[in-house]
Design a protein around this ligand. Structure first.
Ligand SMILES: Nc1ncnc2c1ncn2[C@@H]1O[C@H](COP(=O)(O)OP(=O)(O)OP(=O)(O)O)[C@@H](O)[C@H]1O
Length: 295
């Protein structure tokens, strides 16, 4: 399956939320990264048909999605950024209800619901009311409902918000396994969610796609721009004010700083291997490579 976005744009009043977005996605996990307001949800909502783009075309295997109708929608699993649940439904009741809406047979629903609940570690909570679940548990119910119909395309908008570290790891592994033969678009600003599992990263800034590539290729782009500096408390505070510090930790009374900067911030700075978080900071912070556009 191949999804092609051709110059997709969406404006609110005189400001672009998405501008000439052009990309090709095939099988695997695609991480959609961008700061708050970068346009991730706008892109997703345009794809799933909740928003109408102002211009551009989205095709699946060469066919315009606007002409595909229900057949297209039935291939998509979608988890919105803020899923809203019926609080009085039990987990199981809600998932069977969703299966009915998706026209999944009762027999298949029983198998899918129990398999997926086990996968996200919610079997013991299946008879609880959704209103009584923790935020992280509700989030997992949202992930399950998106996967019920065994979709060919899975679209997840900030799926790990509220998950604890072990559930986040469990989620990553689940997505990796599920990606075989499918296309998964996962929007997040939590870089570690996609760093290890994404085939490619799409970096979005102020509605514009800055780049698309494998995590390794993106990291290679900024080689020589990430530095380790060891400094005392006073100098560390100064460096933090002056530069983009992606990490700082105390080591034997000194501070070890990780700094993202074009050139070495001080003479003793040591170049180190960039990671995806550094890439995100390098391209997305402040006004660097500003693509902001109004009309
Ligand atoms: N209904 C709307 N009316 C006006 N502007 C909007 C509307 N929805 C989104 N926007 C604007 O469009 C831009 C992109 O928003 P969008 O929600 O797509 O970003 P995002 O990357 O998903 O952000 P976040 O990470 O905070 O969820 C932002 O500037 C936002 O303020």
């Amino acid at each position: 399956m191949e999804i092609t976005f051709e110059s997709v744009s969406k404006r609110y009043k005189n400001k672009y939320a998405l501008k000439n977005f052009t990309a090709i996605l095939s099988e695997g996990v695609y991480g959609l990264l961008g700061e708050n307001g970068a346009g991730k949800t706008t892109l997703i909502n345009t794809f799933v048909g909740l928003l109408r783009g102002d211009s551009g075309t989205i095709r699946v295997d060469g066919q315009d999605v606007r002409t595909l109708g229900k057949a297209f929608l039935s291939q998509i699993g979608y988890m919105p950024q803020y899923p809203i649940f019926y609080r009085d439904f039990t987990v199981k009741g809600f998932l069977f209800y969703m299966c009915a809406l998706k026209e999944i047979s009762t027999h298949e629903a029983q198998t899918r619901v129990s398999e997926l609940l086990a996968t996200v570690n919610l079997t013991d909570a299946q008879d609880k009311k959704i209103g009584a679940l923790s935020g992280g548990m509700r989030q997992r119910v949202g992930i399950v409902q998106a996967m019920l119909s065994d979709p060919k395309i899975l679209i997840l908008d900030e799926p790990t918000a509220g998950l604890d570290p072990s559930e986040r790891i469990r989620f990553r592994n689940l997505i990796s396994r599920f990606a075989q033969g499918r296309t998964i678009l996962l929007a997040t600003h939590i870089v570690s969610d996609v760093e290890c599992i994404a085939r490619e990263i799409l970096l979005l800034k102020q509605g514009t796609l800055l780049m698309q590539g494998t995590p390794a290729a993106l990291e290679q782009n900024i080689e020589g721009k990430v530095w380790k500096v060891t400094a005392g408390a006073e100098e560390a505070a100064l460096l933090t004010d002056m530069y983009c510090v992606s990490n700082m930790k105390q080591e034997d009374g000194q501070f070890a700083l990780r700094i993202v900067e074009e050139g070495g911030p001080i003479k003793t700075a040591q170049p180190i291997q960039p990671n995806l978080e550094d890439v995100f900071l390098y391209y997305c912070r402040g006004e660097r490579h500003d693509t902001s556009d109004t009309i």
